[in-house]
Structures are given as C-alpha cells and as structure tokens.
Write a protein that binds this ligand. Structure first.
Ligand SMILES: [Zn+2]
Length: 89
C-alpha cells in the first residue's frame, strides 16, 4: 500500500496549517523545527537553572531545620534531666 494520504496539521511553531504524509511531523518546515528545538533547549536550560536554585535553597534551609529539630530534642532532654534532678523528698 502506497501512502497517498495527506494529513492536515497545524505547525507547533508558527501555527500555520500544513499537509504531511506522516502523523509524526509537528512542524511545517525545517526552519520551524529548528526554531522550536532552540526554544525547547532554552526551556530545558531555564528549568535546569530553576531546579538548581531550588536545590540550593533547600540545602540552605536543611541545616536550620536539623538545628531546630536538635534544639527541641535538647530542650526535651534537658527537661527530663531537670525532672530527674528534682530531689525526691
Ligand atoms: Zn511552521
């Protein structure tokens, strides 16, 4: 079976309709394909930078959280010690 089917699609870059023989094509031209590719690469870069910033913020926050947790633990331990130190009459 020869493929005589032409599918009308909308270019994902310029939104212009175009006809294609395959359903896989997303762009009307090589120019649109490479433009979209560049945009996608930029988005990936931005996302990566955002992820790194998010990780950095979390890394800064984590030690404080640990300290807070430890200090609460220390306070509880101190209270238990104090309670134990109350002379029993
Ligand atoms: Zn296009």
């Amino acid at each position: 079976m020869s493929s005589n089917i032409f599918i009308t699609k909308i270019c994902e870059n310029c939104n212009k309709p175009f006809t294609e023989r395959t359903t896989k094509t997303k762009f009307c031209s090589q120019t649109c394909a490479s433009k979209a590719f560049k945009i996608r690469q930029r988005q990936i870069k931005v996302q990566k930078t955002n992820d790194e910033t998010f990780l950095k913020i979390n890394k800064i926050k984590e030690p404080i959280k640990d300290k807070e947790f430890l200090s609460v633990k220390v306070i509880i331990l101190k209270k238990i010690k104090q309670n134990n130190n109350i002379p029993q009459t």
